[in-house]
Design a protein around this ligand. Structure first.
Ligand code: ADE
Ligand code: ZN
Length: 325
């Protein structure tokens, strides 16, 4: 079998997926119509043509604008169900989904509407054998008080929220800005993750570990600039959720052939492959595997290791992990 077929059939987990980033242009149009929300695009083709980014912020501006069509519980259900169907087609057996409640509550969409639709779709997938975890992200360009208020709003839903994360504009918003709200989330028994080292310096990765005490690092590319940090991540078995097509689209790497994934594997890091915002970056998880495996000429055993890492680095319990490993 060729490499793409091998990847397609390989059971895997996806650990870095922003559900709002799975909003395909077709659904953007359909929901804009259903909810009578104006969008500044003439056609699906015009939307796709607008997805040219020079950095993270370029993307985030369009990503937050796209969210405006998400209004009802059914919208969040449809969005999540479409992602899950697509993931299942990629042999994804377990998903850990991020959502950005502040992107919705700020627009007057209730927290209950957002979480209700997402959780209902995750329940339906569970009935088909796909397990999941839900991770609520704080927008780091907003202040810590806003994150605290978001955690307060989440308290009635902790039965369906497994962890908290940190996303949005990285540079200028170091992890330590959210020290107190992460400490409170930890005390509530939540898992902790943070985007770090996507555009930000290695010091932000250190801070995510030292100040926030994260269980996983999202991206982590720039950790490779700091040899002591690489050794620390390797020794601690810290999982990195790497997103190759995202990195390319956001100019974190100039060329996939220069992607740090091979160096991460060579350094013994628990790296995984993920799609981040697949509707914006041109591919779901298998497309990410194929693109990076082709660019770096990854061996079969390396591809298998990446898939195993996705289960090992997940928040599944030991029994469930053992089932997959
Ligand atoms: N929000 C959605 N995708 C993101 C990314 N790749 N980095 C930071 N914030 C995000
Ligand atoms: Zn991300």
């Amino acid at each position: 079998v060729d490499r793409a077929d091998f990847i397609a059939g390989l059971p895997k987990a996806e650990l870095h997926l922003h559900i709002e980033g799975s909003l395909e242009p077709e659904m953007l149009f359909a929901l804009a119509k259903r909810n009578a929300v104006a969008i500044p695009f003439e056609s699906v083709e015009a939307v796709r043509a607008a997805y040219e980014f020079s950095n993270l912020q370029d993307f985030l501006d369009i990503y937050y604008q796209g969210m405006s069509v998400l209004q009802t519980e059914q919208d969040f259900f449809d969005l999540t169900a479409a992602y899950l169907a697509r993931a299942e087609a990629d042999a994804v057996r377990h998903v850990e989904i991020f959502f950005d409640p502040q992107g919705h509550t700020e627009r007057g969409v209730a927290f209950a509407v957002v979480i209700g639709g997402i959780a209902r779709a995750l329940d339906a997938a569970r009935a088909r054998g796909v397990t999941s975890r839900l991770i609520m992200c704080f927008l780091r360009h907003l202040d810590e008080a806003a994150a605290e208020a978001t955690l307060d709003e989440a308290l009635p839903y902790l039965a369906v929220i497994d962890g908290v994360g940190l996303d949005s504009s990285e540079v200028g918003h170091p992890p330590a800005k959210f020290a107190r709200v992460f400490a409170r989330a930890r005390a509530l028994g939540l898992k902790l993750v943070a985007h770090a080292g996507e555009e930000g310096p290695p010091a932000y990765v250190h801070e995510a570990l030292d100040v926030l005490g994260v269980d996983r690092i999202d991206h982590g590319n720039r950790a490779l600039e700091d040899a002591a940090l690489v050794a620390r991540l390797a020794t601690g078995g810290m999982c990195l959720t790497v997103c190759p097509l995202s990195n390319h689209k956001l100019c974190v790497v100039d060329d996939l052939a220069a992607h740090p994934l091979r160096r991460m594997l060579d350094a013994g890091l628990v790296a995984t492959v993920n799609s981040d915002d697949p509707a914006y970056f041109g591919g779901y998880v298998n497309a990410n595997f194929v693109a990076v495996a082709d660019a770096l000429d990854l061996r079969r055993d390396e591809i298998v290791a990446l898939a195993r890492n996705s289960f090992a680095g997940s928040f599944l319990g030991e029994t469930d992990k053992a089932r997959h490993l």
